[in-house]
Design a protein around this ligand. Structure first.
Ligand code: PLP
Ligand code: COI
Length: 339
């Protein structure tokens, strides 16, 4: 049995192996059954599998936190289960039932609970993956599917935690077209971003902002996080058109802004020109939590939103969201699942 000798002091968003992973398989036409924990390790897969050849697969991401008192908290994991189920249908895979997904999440977190860092150091990132694991030469759904959850202790996604990040708008690459798979966590959505995001990082930016693929005018997302702008006390976030991932953090920020801060929310298209006039901008996601955006470069012009300070509303949203996630405040929305 592997024991945990991890130093939680300098965690970053990188992979660290833990004790176990959860595995179950399903043949096409059958229903998923609950699976079992096995020691974390490599898996064997056919070179002709549909995931390796055609990218038939999706992933999810969520975090478990450990409070000072040792309570283990999960944030809205049923929403990940729902999104994974929808993603399965879009990617021609058998729909993962909520009970199987939740059984896996609970077992993996319990078995690896000593890998959860104290909240001020990070979280245990939980990574479900579902993919076509049988061989298939023609472009057609696999005859067998595998569902695995593994996990890893992680620190902040962007260096510096809550310090404002520098972004650049991608003018040469898009993330996802309308009517494509941008609205689900298809594995194939992520590799096209590695080149533009890698180039941006070489130039000193933390990430890129994608514009819509049709008109190249409206903001879609920030790498792997949803985008928000605040103007005159209103919150504007791109509407879910199908090309944008329906983030669980996005939904939570909207509800907190509306129900706790009494703010007006506008889910609509927002042009990059309008963004440049905003008072505060930030992005939000499981890995990113809420990350304030300090500057955006677009077409050789850089607009500075902040020289290091976190905007008032961004800060309030961060405090309320993380208060609930970390278990330091009450949970008025009933979002926390305690294990
Ligand atoms: N957008 C993309 C493309 C993502 O991959 C993610 C991460 O899951 C998000 C947004 C944020 O979604 P969530 O808040 O559910 O993590
Ligand atoms: C998450 O926020 O959970 C994500 O999926 C981002 C990931 C691509 C690193």
């Amino acid at each position: 049995m592997k024991t945990n000798n991890i130093n939680f002091d300098d965690l970053t968003f990188t992979f660290t192996e833990t004790r176990s992973m959860y595995v179950t398989k399903c043949k096409r036409g059958d229903n998923w059954n609950t699976g079992e924990l096995v020691p974390y390790g490599n898996i064997s897969i056919s070179p002709a599998s549909t995931v390796l050849n055609y990218g038939q697969g999706l992933f999810e991401g969520m975090k478990a936190y450990k409070t000072d008192g040792g309570r283990i908290l999960l944030f809205r994991p049923e929403k990940n289960a729902e999104r994974a189920a929808k993603g399965c249908l879009r990617l021609s895979m058998p729909e993962i039932p909520k009970n199987v997904f939740m059984d896996a999440v609970k077992k993996i977190v319990k078995d690896n609970s000593d890998y959860i860092p104290p909240t001020e150091k990070g979280a245990l990132y939980i990574r479900p993956i579902i993919f076509g694991s049988a061989e298939g030469l023609g472009v057609a759904p696999s005859t067998e599917y595998t569902f695995i959850i593994y996990c890893s202790p992680v620190g902040p996604y962007f260096k510096g935690g809550l310090s404002p990040i520098k972004l650049i708008v991608s003018t040469d690459y898009h993330r996802a077209p309308l009517k494509g798979t941008g609205g689900v966590k298809a594995i194939g959505n992520y590799v096209p971003g590695m080149l533009p995001s890698g180039n941006a990082k070489k130039m000193g930016f933390a990430e890129i902002i994608y514009l819509d693929a049709a008109e190249e005018k409206y903001v879609e997302e920030v790498g792997a996080a949803n985008f928000f702008a605040i103007k005159d006390g209103n919150i504007i976030t791109p509407e879910l058109t199908g090309s944008i991932l329906p983030g669980i953090t996005r939904d939570s920020v909207i509800r907190i802004a509306k129900e706790k801060l009494g703010m007006n929310i506008e889910e609509r298209r927002i042009s990059i020109d309008e963004v440049m006039e905003a008072d505060e901008v930030f992005c939000a996601g499981t890995a990113a939590i809420i990350s304030p955006i300090g500057s955006i470069k677009y077409n050789n012009k850089e607009h500075i939103f902040s020289n290091g300070d976190v905007g008032n509303i961004t800060r309030k949203l961060y405090d309320i969201l993380t208060g609930i996630q970390f278990g330091t405040d009450s949970d008025p929305f009933d979002w926390i699942l305690e294990l």
